[in-house]
Write a protein that binds this ligand. Structure first.
Ligand code: PGA
Length: 244
């Protein structure tokens, strides 16, 4: 059974106190319920605080990007090794906004995935289309695939309020799993978690997560309001019980 996961992608939002308070409230509500993994992807500046607050809790702290080198003359960049060193759980790589606004390509995303895995970080690697799956995984071993989650986020759906149809999202997730099977074999394909992202909200999450190949969700806009995000977590928790 693949553990469902919901990740709040806060993008470049909130100030420090707001981020801290959000996480404190989330921890208080979640209690010991671990049916669903909950991740918070925050700007680098907030990560040390969030790691401290989430210490000993089931909440995973996620960085939104990292460089492909660990050290060197890369002014303004963040080292994946430094992220691992402070206790970050996952790094998200290849998000559409990184590709669109900061010129990231499949090959830079692939370099980043390799370094992050070598540093001991788990990776949420985002793709917007099927064609990106193979190039971003190039050179990743079957063993390393245990540290990978694939996020499928169609471009038209990100931040637009227009989610992919449930059937469309399931079809792509199924094809991604098939590609993973071709590249790594059935056990890896069976184990890997595939997330859908793009205008996930209260109206569409239950249907999306009920799909056999969708194991979770990446939530942008709807993760910025605590009450809304908490409702999404509860939808995931109910779905997890049914899916078991
Ligand atoms: P959205 O963002 O939920 O606002 O569409 C999703 C994402 O970019 O991960």
């Amino acid at each position: 059974m693949r553990k469902p996961i919901i990740v709040a992608n806060w993008k470049m939002n909130f100030l420090r106190d707001q981020a801290d308070l959000f996480l404190q409230k989330l921890l208080a509500r979640l209690g010991h319920n671990q049916t669903v993994e909950v991740g918070i992807a925050a700007q680098d500046l907030f990560l040390p605080d969030l790691i401290k607050i989430a210490d000993d809790s089931p909440i995973s702290i996620v960085a939104q990007n990292a460089h492909w080198e660990n050290f060197g003359a890369f002014t303004g960049e963040t080292s994946p090794k430094a992220l691992a060193n402070i206790g970050v759980d996952y790094v998200m790589l290849g998000h559409f906004e990184r590709r669109e606004l900061f010129n990231e390509t499949n090959s830079t995303v692939n370099l980043k995935v390799r370094t992050a895995l070598n540093d001991g970080l788990d990776v949420i690697v985002d793709v917007e289309e099927m064609e990106q799956v193979e190039p971003v995984l190039e050179g990743i071993t079957e063993e390393q695939m245990k540290g990978i989650i694939i996020g499928f986020e169609p471009t038209f759906a990100i931040g637009t309020g227009m989610s992919a149809s449930t059937k469309g999202a399931q079809d792509v997730a199924k094809r991604i799993r098939k590609t993973v099977r071709r590249l790594y074999g059935a056990p890896t394909a069976q184990a890997i978690r595939i997330l859908y992202g793009g205008s996930v909200d209260r109206d569409n999450l239950a249907d999306l997560i009920a799909q056999p190949d969708i194991d979770g969700s990446l939530v942008g806009r709807a993760s910025l309001d605590f009450q809304t995000f908490w409702e999404l977590v509860k939808i995931m928790q109910r779905a997890a019980v049914v899916k078991k």
